[in-house]
Write a protein that binds this ligand. Structure first.
Ligand code: CA
Ligand code: CA
Length: 280
């Protein structure tokens, strides 16, 4: 168990952070069944990932069909030397995180468990790929989001974790998520942080009415919904821990962030654990 595990109230809440006992995702109970599998591949579609982070490195995906640095698209997927994923913000093969948001999300999904370092993700073992479309300032174009989802589908991920939103409804984005769904790929999405009722005013991509979209709101350590979280009886599927979530940030560092962005990777990690039970 990780040295800083007690900080992770979202995994196992004993009331130690001033919250309420058992208002958590039942991490230890889940880990009795599975701690995950490298055979499960999840994409963090975000600002990129610091793939060399001490607590993520062992769970980062490498494209098995691609030879690094030979200037060729060895696996014929349309992307040259995409050994570690792709950066659609800068259109290159280095989806490094020049922000921190994506690395934080990755640590909650798949921070390496039981390694005596940092944090434990929900899935201690998993393969993760950073697909970057959000720039260092955190913004991005819907057209690049579409490309990111299509790329994830192409490389055969099991799920994508999507802690972003704010654009309007896009038929091309909806279509590419639907195509991912036809391949059995789950699309876990943040409900939004503007306190809105998504039933009344949809928040995309979380609000696309597709079977593979799981829309996630955030709750705090007392189990009540976070003040910032969007909600919606019909349009938000569940709430997960997303207040003062401690996780990885670039440069072998750690930090606490709050948002439905932090709730979403808790659900993505749980999705990875469920998938791992079917992937051995
Ligand atoms: Ca390629
Ligand atoms: Ca190559």
């Amino acid at each position: 168990r990780s040295s800083k595990f007690p900080r992770l109230w979202g995994m196992h809440n004993t009331g130690h952070t001033g919250g309420t006992q058992d208002k958590d995702i039942d991490g230890p109970e889940a880990w009795e069944l599975s701690t995950g599998s490298k055979n499960v591949l999840g994409a963090v579609i975000d600002t990129g990932i610091d793939r060399n982070h001490e607590d993520l490195k062992a769970n980062m995906w490498t494209n098995p069909g691609e030879i690094a640095g030979n200037g060729k698209d060895d696996d014929g997927n349309g992307f040259i030397d995409d050994v570690h994923g792709w950066d659609f913000a800068n259109n290159d093969n280095n989806p490094y995180d020049d922000h921190s948001h994506g690395t934080h999300c990755a640590g909650t999904i798949g921070g390496v468990g039981n390694n005596g370092k940092g944090v434990a993700g929900v899935a201690w073992n998993v393969s993760m790929v950073g697909i970057k479309f959000l720039s260092g300032s955190g913004g991005g174009a819907t057209s690049d989001a579409v490309k990111s989802v299509a790329y994830a589908t192409k490389i055969g991920v099991n799920f994508t974790s999507n802690s972003w939103g704010g654009g309007g409804s896009s038929s091309s984005l909806k279509r590419v998520i639907e195509e991912a769904g036809k391949k059995g790929i789950g699309f876990i999405a943040a409900a939004g942080n503007h306190r809105g009722n998504n039933d009344a005013r949809p928040s995309y991509p979380a609000s696309y009415n597709l079977d593979n979209v799981i829309a996630v709101g955030a709750h705090g350590s007392t189990g009540t919904s976070a003040s910032f979280s969007c909600y919606g009886k019909k349009s938000v599927d569940l709430f997960a821990p997303g207040v003062s979530t401690y996780s990885t940030v670039p440069g072998n560092k750690y930090a606490s962030y709050s948002g439905t962005s932090m709730a979403t990777p808790h659900v993505a990690g749980a999705y990875a654990l469920v998938q791992s039970l079917h992937s051995e």
